[in-house]
Ligand binder design. Structure first.
Ligand code: NAI
Ligand code: MG
Length: 330
């Protein structure tokens, strides 16, 4: 039995979560759900966007599934990552068959530092404007770079690319780049290279096939992963895992999408693939594969897709099709 914290959050977060729980129901696995409130609606109702109770539920769980928060995202998901010390944000960018996209055959991963950078949220007003602090430490840089190289080693990836802006941010990103090459020295069989973030934004469009593992700081990782989503068919497709020493939280890369919320239009794939990542994390490889294959087959069949992928199905209709595929195999 696994204790899973469930935080649906706001907007389409609730819809893709409901769809995902419907699908997980078809797997032969004992998941005990504990629901936590968080986000804009929670703030309105309870006066806080993230309560101590929800934090306790996440802390006591074996893993957490998170939908999306709205305008309170910084006080919810960014805070949860920091409180739980979920220092890695793993964001795989993969092409899926049957999905209309700019590129096919892509398979790279973004390893985003998740606890510091400009997302420490230390901003203050000055007489004339405002200042934000950008914090880069040797310790956090070392562990994220080490995670990226270990990931490359364990997953037969050839190369790790560090992305930074060390020409301008000489002290902060200067340190990140220096530590990256120190760590690279311990992994002689894996190639190491580095690029500036602006050039990388272009390379992702001109030659995305050349990337294997990208390791970068918090804000750059956030931006480049949405660009990655754009390469393979949109935000409805990109899952992520926030991983620490003792806990992990899985969530789609997208947000609460107020423009389509409440209409059953949300693509559940990103949330479903996040559940695949969670099952792998829990060492439930067979169930992870069963779910992954079912999602893969529904995408490939091209018959029960949501409108962002050119289909006509609702969030729940597509999810039910994934569920059927699992039940056929079981
Ligand atoms: P967003 O990711 O919610 O939406 C961006 C665009 O992608 C929208 O056009 C939306 O309709 C589309 N989209 C996103 N997910 C989709 C899905 N599953 N299926 C089909 N289309 C999808 O980002 P946006 O609009 O910048 O932010 C909306 C709200 O979400 C904001 O309040 C923001 O703070 C919050 N947010 C929360 C995050 C989190 O909780 N982790 C992450 C990003 C944004
Ligand atoms: Mg983002």
């Amino acid at each position: 039995m696994y204790k899973i914290a469930i935080i649906p959050g706001d907007g389409i977060g609730k819809e893709v979560m409901e769809a995902t729980l419907e699908v997980l129901d078809a797997l032969n696995i004992n998941l005990k759900y504990e629901y936590g409130e968080a986000g804009d609606e929670c703030l309105k109702k309870n006066g806080v966007a993230l309560s101590d109770e929800t934090i306790a539920i996440v802390k006591n769980s074996d893993a957490c599934l998170f939908g999306a928060a709205g305008e309170t995202a910084a006080d919810v998901i960014v805070k949860l990552r920091q409180i739980m010390d979920l220092f890695v944000n793993l964001r795989p960018v993969k092409s899926y068959p049957g999905v209309n996209s700019l590129f096919s055959g892509l398979d790279f991963i973004i390893v985003r530092e998740n606890t510091e950078g400009i997302y420490v949220g230390q901003e203050e007003y000055t007489d004339d404007g405002a200042i934000a602090k950008r914090i880069i430490t040797r310790e956090a840089s070392e562990r994220i770079c080490d995670f990226a190289f270990k990931y490359a080693k364990n997953n037969n990836k050839e190369k790790v690319t560090a992305v930074h802006k060390a020409n301008v941010l000489k002290k902060t990103d200067g340190l990140f780049k220096k530590v990256f090459y120190e760590v690279a020295n311990k992994y002689q069989n894996i190639k190491a290279e580095d690029y500036y973030v602006d050039a990388t934004a272009m390379y992702l469009l001109t030659r995305p096939q050349s990337f294997d593992v990208i390791v970068t700081t918090n804000l750059f990782g956030d931006i480049l992963s949405d660009e990655g989503a754009g390469l393979v068919g949109g935000l409805g497709l990109l899952p992520s895992g926030n991983i620490g020493e003792n806990n992990a939280l899985f969530e789609p890369v997208h947000g609460s999408a107020p423009d389509i919320a409440g209409k059953g239009l949300a693509n559940p794939t990103a949330m479903l693939l996040s559940a695949v990542m969670m099952l792998n994390y829990l060492n439930e490889q067979n169930n992870a594969k069963l779910l992954n294959d079912a999602i893969f087959n529904v995408l490939k069949e091209n018959k029960h897709l949501t409108s962002d992928m050119g289909g006509e199905s609702s969030t729940m209709e597509m999810a039910k099709e994934v569920k059927n595929k699992i039940l056929e195999k079981r």
